[in-house]
Design a protein around this ligand. Structure first.
Ligand code: PLP
Length: 470
């Protein structure tokens, strides 16, 4: 295919996309397939001869959409959302057309400079102080890894980078068990070792408190271990837990420890001032990550890390060999020096389009609706016989269960096999619970109210021993 062919097929793709989105409500949210069902439809060997685009297109239509779980479906209430607002998709089309690698400023000045401005727009939007600057990663996992590597090197006086870790003191990091496993992964990949991630006990509200953090640090110091950093949870994946951010940051600071806050999901909600009490004290953090690709509509991938002072991270991750120099421009920002990968996509364009096309007010309205509708769904579910709310809504996330784990699991299976809505599970103090998060960009109140009516139908149609056994 050449570029004239691309012109033709892009128009066809745009039409297909519009029809796909218009028809999403008629599709099951979750792919109703067994493993291997798609792979079996593909030839086992690559073609030697070129194939006509008509044949490729036809196979796409026949095989792929039916094998997708539809993340943009208005009744996607599983995991967290990965919203792609239409304006974001448009920006991504343009980025695809230019297909740059924005590894340094010189390789696409617009990509770097739009990124700088968009990160600052977002900083203002979530209410962080002016001194914060930042960058866009592919994922919160990589942002957290970058933060952990930086905290490690700060603690080692930047010797780990040269000498490795074999002779280094044992470093200790602190987080609650409510934090996402991306924190565990970062600790493992950074050579800290899982055992040196202290899972600090939480209070009844599933929050790490300043007192519990202080006690954990004191115990380590007494044992001759070296505390190196604190990772705080602002909107945990399981049930939306928030640590006592301000309290914990105050403790970390008094101990001379840096902090990184994982607000991957909940950070987007902070564009609404009324939710900021949940992360009160955030302005004291050294690093904060949140994913506009979750709840803000800037499609995957787009994970923003805001840093009080990027110096330590750039010192940890930055390398500037001759082949990456830009002659006479030593002052420019090369964002690859802030992140683990060298190559980087032009991710800021979709933020520019989304923030302008909907405005902060439009985005706030969506998030406020989601939070309000989650409350309605919670009450409608609580009114059903046998249904118990396990955790109350945190922003737009809550969980519910039946009397036994087996009954709850069976109910979840039925709901997802039915396909009108898609929910996923967690464990709360060992109990199997069904998570509900409301956050799809295009969902309506009616879509959300379908959660309780679907559950009611599933309960009514279930045999008494499979769902109501105690
Ligand atoms: N942190 C939290 C709270 C999350 O919910 C997730 C993913 O859902 C992550 C981190 C990891 O995000 P990513 O997929 O961007 O690495």
């Amino acid at each position: 295919m050449d570029h004239e062919g691309l012109r033709h097929w892009s128009k066809r793709a745009a039409d297909w996309a519009a029809d796909y989105h218009a028809g999403l409500r008629d599709r099951p949210v979750r792919a109703p397939l067994v493993p291997g069902a798609i792979a079996r439809q593909l030839p086992g060997v690559p073609p030697d001869a070129p194939e006509p685009m008509e044949a490729i297109w036809s196979d796409f239509e026949t095989i792929i959409p039916g094998g997708m779980t539809h993340w943009q479906h208005p009744r996607f209430f599983a995991y967290f959302p990965a919203n792609a607002a239409p304006a974001s998709m448009l920006a991504e089309q343009l980025v695809n057309a230019m297909a740059c690698n924005a590894l340094i400023w010189q390789t696409s000045p617009a990509a770097t400079e739009v990124e700088q401005v968009m990160v600052d727009w977002l900083r203002q939007a979530v209410g962080l102080p002016e001194e914060f600057v930042g960058t866009i990663h592919d994922s919160a996992t990589n942002a957290t890894l970058s933060a952990v590597l930086t905290m490690r090197e700060k603690a080692l006086g930047y010797r780990g980078l040269e000498e490795g870790l074999s002779g280094a003191p044992t470093l200790r990091f602190y987080a609650s068990a409510e934090t996402h496993t991306s924190v565990d992964k970062a600790i493992r990949v950074a050579g800290i070792g899982q055992r040196n991630l202290v899972k600090v006990a939480t209070d009844k509200a599933r929050a790490m408190t300043g007192a519990a953090l202080a006690a954990a640090i004191a115990a380590d110091r007494a044992a001759g271990l070296q505390p190196a950093g604190v990772i705080l949870c602002a909107g945990g994946t399981s049930v939306g837990a928030f640590d006592r951010i301000g309290e914990c940051i105050a403790v970390a600071r008094s101990e001379g420890l840096p902090t990184h806050v994982d607000a991957a999901w909940a950070g987007s909600a902070m564009i609404c001032p009324e939710f900021r009490a949940l992360w009160a004290g955030i302005e004291g953090a050294d690093s904060v990550v949140f994913n506009p690709h979750k709840w803000l509509g800037a499609q995957f991938d787009c994970s923003v890390q805001l840093l009080r002072d990027p110096g330590a991270q750039v010192r940890t991750l930055g390398l500037r060999p001759t082949y990456l120099e830009t002659a006479g421009r030593e002052e420019i920002v090369n964002f690859n020096e802030w992140t683990v990968p060298l190559g980087r996509r032009f991710r800021a364009l979709k933020l520019w389009f989304v923030l302008r096309a909907y405005g902060l007010d439009g985005l706030r309205e969506r998030i406020r609706n989601h939070v309000a509708w989650a409350q309605l769904a919670r009450h409608a579910l609580a009114a059903l016989p046998g249904v118990e709310i396990v955790t109350e809504p945190r922003l737009s996330l809550f969980s519910f269960a039946l009397a036994s784990d087996a009954a709850t699991e069976a109910l979840l299976q039925r709901i997802n096999d039915d396909g009108r809505i898609y929910l996923t599970q967690t464990r709360v103090d060992g109990r199997f619970a069904i998570r509900v998060q409301v956050g799809s960009f295009d969902c309506s109140k009616e879509d959300v109210m379908l959660i309780a009516s679907t559950v009611q139908e599933m309960l009514a149609s279930c045999s008494s021993e499979s769902l109501s056994s105690r």
